[in-house]
Design a protein around this ligand. Sequence first.
Ligand code: FAD
Length: 503
Amino acid sequence: MAIRKIVIVGGGTAGWMAGAALSRLIKGNDLSITLVESEMIGTVGVGEATIPPFVGFNDMLGIKERELLSEISGTFKLGIQFENWGKKGDSYIHPFGAYGYSMGGISFHQVWHKFKESGDNRPLQVFNLETMAAYFGKFARTADYKKREDLPPINYAYHLDAGKYAQYLRKYAEMNGVVRQEGKVDDVALDGESGFVKSIRLESGQVLEGDFFVDCTGFRGLLIEQALKTGYEDWSHWLPCNRAVALPCAREDGSPPPPFTRAIAHSAGWQWQVPLQHRNGNGHVYCSEHMSDDEAHHILVNNIAGKPQADPNFLRFLTGHRKKFWNKNVVALGLSAGFMEPLESTSIHLINTGIDKLISLLSLDGVQQVHEDTFNRLTLREYIRIRDFLILHYNATTRDDSDFWNYVRTMSVPDTLTEKIEIFKANGQIFREEDELFTESSWTAVMMGQGIAMNGRNPMADTFNLMETKKELDEMEQSIRYLVQHMPGHGDYLAKYCPARAA
Ligand code: FAD
């Protein structure tokens, strides 16, 4: 059946990202798009840290970065600082850019390892621009120094106010012809023969028919689960945190926002700190088997930079994913598709890649089984790779100060992750599987940051001429130092480039 009416149910980050991206299909096609949302239900209202492909998503929509960041009180993010993960007192940055550059066909950290063993005690971090800029609270964009081609690019993402971002995209989508419908959906009708969703009914009695539905209703999965009974794959034995409490606060010391997210491990989970221009987003993700809500809240309140700006927002979740992300004529995006904790800011990214795949596969001539199968296969692959990366943070630890850490340190992990860790230990090699999200540098940052040592290296590194290679390393370090010295402070950069619009 041809697709003439698309209905998006839900108007959180997922709904409006889908609305904005799909709205570009309206012009030139015989297509209507309606987005239904309920102010009474509201959104989760969290989700403020992103990763670099998100910059590309907004760019693809033709959104101007300066305007966007002003509207959403955004800041720049060069990576994530992990504190207390490998052991208490530890700290490392997982940066968005690479360590050095590959030399003679092998990864930079292999060459660095050779030098380290020869007595060069420079840490790997000095060869990464994003890490060094983050440590010094500096920021610039590659475009700011484009005349110097010898300097490395700067990879970044944004911190954003989730509510303001959804509002911004709403304006964009409505301008392109998406029709917003306020109302609470109280019934979903299926076609008796195909089992496809035929229509939804609002509490007002209004019925909205559709040929294709995008379920963005959050954890409840109104269409994908409640109507289509798709089923859920539970991964909580590997990622046992199942609660969060969020609490934005003022930044009272007047310090500029740091250009990175902080992820601070506690006794049964971890705390995020996401700096926006006007406040910090904070939250504590924890495991209810090992910590009560009161204790989690208490820890959070005692570890934030200023006065809370709202009541605590307690959230429950189950790590895992729907058995199908696309089922019949419904695609689930966002929290209705699945959830993995925000340790590496991957949820909004999965909305983004879900939309990309949907736009690539969607044929307005109708849904075919092959569309559904391809979407599900590719999405599952993405989920599994991200899952393994998240598990690494918990499993690669020496912490033994709580039952929680004893569990995650000793649990059995997926074979795919064991393989990655064993190969890295043997000779520092990381194989990036197909088009997996996390790069070799990302895996290296977390493995080394959490104390997994390379016991050997790629033998190719031992064939390099030490004198010549040292010169290259020195130049790399110097160009990073030069660039960081000449970058403005992150706060100054924001004030000049994209000051937050008054609320
Ligand atoms: P929601 O925000 O829950 O929106 C659901 C929408 O559906 C709402 O508009 C609601 O009104 C509507 N709806 C529901 N039922 C009905 C109904 N019956 N009738 C009509 N409308 C209905 N992601 C990141 O990328 N980075 C992060 O740092 C990050 N941090 C997070 C921290 C926590 C604790 C959690 C839980 C999530 C975090 N996420 C993060 C994930 C991120 O918040 C979500 O991916 C994102 O907000 C998308 O949510 P959503 O739109 O799917 O759902």
